[in-house]
Design a protein around this ligand. Structure first.
Ligand code: KIV
Ligand code: NA
Length: 263
């Protein structure tokens, strides 16, 4: 696979080709994921849950993110390396820039930040400074305490319109990718149609340009009950590498996600 960049994702969207993304937290996983041809490797702050054993992503620090981003960068073959801005680092423009600076110097090629239209000023400055941004909307897990649990977002007409307006504002500010988590499939479909930039979904139905899952979930490594949108690709595979390849295929041929994985 040739080096994946934001242009690759943009081109795939234009051509109506689906792309795959997976989380990776260390060099070995980065090697598996990237050599299977998954386009985007996400150093997700979900590492606070699957690696650190916390109940949420709230305890994850910028230092934690930098440590794992360095490891993933070493194992990555040709994937696009995305890293999360952790909890409270987007509270001010200055903190967002500080986090982006650290993550990019650790090896990230695009940063992901949770929030709405209020992120626009930071995204404009990042764009001017050569930092690509993915804006994460819908169920933003860092806000779990504010949501009162991990709940599907954008269910009412007003909430849906708000999400579409936020996404538009972030795209206009210079966001290069949008990511939506746990929103109704019809809303994700509308968002994907209105957006010039690629839209990645998790628990957002089959109509987004790309799909993402947490690696531990799709490898069946999660000791708890999996969320509705997860499929365990290890169930029919002999090795993690084969399961990852099967996931990438299923995203490309649109057999994942199915109706049963959507809201
Ligand atoms: O941290 C993470 O793994 C994520 C994905 C669920 C999108 O943000
Ligand atoms: Na995350």
């Amino acid at each position: 696979m040739t080096k994946v960049t934001i242009n690759t994702l943009q081109k795939m969207k234009t051509e109506g080709q689906r792309f795959a993304a997976l989380t990776a937290y260390d060099a070995t996983q980065a090697h598996w994921v990237s050599s299977a041809g998954v386009e985007v490797l996400l150093v997700g702050d979900s590492l606070g849950m699957v690696i650190q054993g916390n109940d949420s992503t709230v305890p994850v620090s910028l230092d934690d993110m930098v440590y794992h981003t360095r490891a993933v960068a070493r194992g990555n073959q040709n994937g696009l390396l995305m890293a999360d801005v952790p909890f409270m680092m987007a509270a001010t423009v200055e903190r967002t820039l500080e986090a982006a600076h650290a993550l990019m110097q650790a090896g990230a090629e695009i940063i992901k930040v949770e929030g709405g239209a209020w992120l626009a000023p930071a995204i404009e400055i990042l764009a001017r400074n050569g930092v690509p941004v993915c804006a994460h909307l819908g169920l933003t897990p860092q806000a779990v305490n504010k949501f009162g649990g991990y709940r599907v977002q954008g269910k009412t007409d007003t909430a849906g319109e708000q999400l579409l307006a936020d996404a538009k504002a972030l795209e206009d500010a210079g966001a290069d990718v949008l990511l939506v988590e746990c929103i109704p499939a019809p809303l994700a479909k509308r968002l994907t149609a209105q957006s010039r930039v690629p839209v990645v979904g998790i628990g957002a139905g089959a109509d987004t340009d790309g799909q993402v899952l947490v690696l531990y979930d799709m490898l069946g490594m999660n000791p708890g009950r999996n969320a509705r949108f997860v499929r365990n690709f290890m169930a029919d595979a002999d090795t993690p590498q084969a399961a990852i390849a099967a996931y990438a295929d299923a995203v490309r041929n649109r057999s994942f996600p199915a109706e049963e994985h959507s809201f």
